[in-house]
Design a protein around this ligand. Structure first.
Ligand code: SF4
Length: 373
């Protein structure tokens, strides 16, 4: 069964590094938007009789919705799809938006919460222009636990201007004390079209050097593993049995449906994504038009490329027998030189039955993956 992603494109304030399709000035569209998301979901249900394995409501900041809107979103979704079939239900939250009332809604409707923490230092949260403080993370976490949320992810960023490896390790120390079930430990990426991108182009931002970033990643990952969080993907770590099922499906790679503005889908040998503007999305849905702004047929070559790209992100890596059963193609025979070179350079390990990258390899994964095409 495919995974279902629901995109909520609203935020209280746009973060200057953010590359996601999120907006801080259109919350007035929320009621119409929710109605359209439900219509789009109903379309899938009516036309394909589809049920889903996992549900992930992300954005944006879904918890900027009012309690009434959150409630109607969940109630609407569960009136269309069979909740009992869902093995995992996640909603993303910003610590500042977690209230007792919203936590009660999450308790009733979602077993898993993903919280954008980023740092436990107020000075770095200010640098990132986050709307919350370190204190709000502890407060939100307490509220969620009090309301019986037993599966929590923390997003934690490294590579922020002025940040040191000691700062990163302090963050991990705080996480270890709180013990969420899952940690996404990821590097700040500066995209040219964001505010940080412009600052960086003008030379007004000095990010840590690559070696420092590599050190932060290596030491941070070691500290997480020492605390019982096993790495299972480039940026993802989990306590035993707590890997994110929704994301595991992306990396399989399995089918998924994304609904809402800008949401991407991979379904029936096609990849497509909806128009980015929430206002355009609403217009299209209300006019009964297809909201897709981009569609691409996936032929065997593209499927193979996706497979290599996704599997090499994971700790288990690309399993040769699995690859051959899908593509009738002998991966190690074709790439034996490259695999040997990756191993010799310390970028790959366990190369006998599968190709999996080391942490050093993960840091260079984009360049490594390109070599296979
Ligand atoms: S809260 Fe998240 S989605 Fe919203 S602007 Fe900041 S980084 Fe982007």
């Amino acid at each position: 069964m495919p995974g279902l992603y629901v995109h909520i494109p609203f935020c209280i304030k746009k973060c200057p590094y953010c590359d996601f399709s999120s907006f801080d000035d259109i919350l007035y569209l929320a009621d119409d938007y929710i109605e359209c998301v439900l219509r789009e979901l109903r379309h899938y249900k009516n036309n394909f009789g589809i049920e889903f394995d996992t549900l992930f409501i992300g954005g944006g900041t879904p918890t900027v919705l009012t309690e009434k809107q959150m409630d109607s979103l969940f109630t609407g979704i569960y009136s269309i799809i069979d909740r009992k079939k869902l093995r995992e239900i996640t909603m993303e939250v910003n610590p500042e938006t977690v209230t007792e009332k919203k936590a009660r809604i999450l308790e009733a409707n979602a077993g898993r919460v993903s919280m954008g923490c980023q740092s436990f230092h107020d000075k770095f949260l200010e640098k990132l222009c986050r709307i919350h403080s370190a204190e709000s993370i502890y407060k939100a976490y307490d509220i969620l636990r009090k309301h019986n949320i037993k599966n929590i992810n923390f997003d934690l960023m490294y590579g922020i201007e002025g940040q040191s490896t000691a700062d990163v390790l302090h963050n991990i120390g705080e996480i270890v004390k709180l013990k969420p079930e899952h940690v996404s430990f990821y590097m700040l990426t500066v995209y040219s079209h964001t505010e940080f991108g412009r600052l960086s182009e003008r030379g007004e931002m000095e990010l840590p050097h690559d070696e420092v970033i590599g050190h932060m990643y290596e030491r941070g990952a070691q500290a997480l593993e020492a605390a019982g969080y096993a790495q299972y993907e480039i940026s993802n770590f989990a306590l035993p049995g707590k890997q994110c099922k929704h994301n595991l499906n992306y990396w399989k790679p399995g089918e998924y449906i994304g609904i809402g503005s800008s949401a991407a889908s991979y379904f029936k040998q096609s990849r497509f994504s909806n128009v980015e503007s929430p206002a355009d999305y609403i217009k299209k849905i209300k006019a009964g038009e297809d909201p897709a702004g981009f569609t691409e047929k996936i032929d065997d070559e593209k499927k193979k490329k996706d497979y290599i790209m996704m599997r090499l992100r994971t700790k288990d890596g690309l399993d040769y027998a699995g690859f051959k059963s899908i593509f009738e193609f002998d991966f190690p025979a074709k790439y034996s030189n490259m695999i040997g070179k990756l191993k010799a350079e310390g970028l790959a390990e366990n190369i006998d039955t599968a190709l999996s990258l080391t942490r050093k390899g993960f840091l260079l994964s984009n360049e490594i993956i390109k070599q296979f095409f």
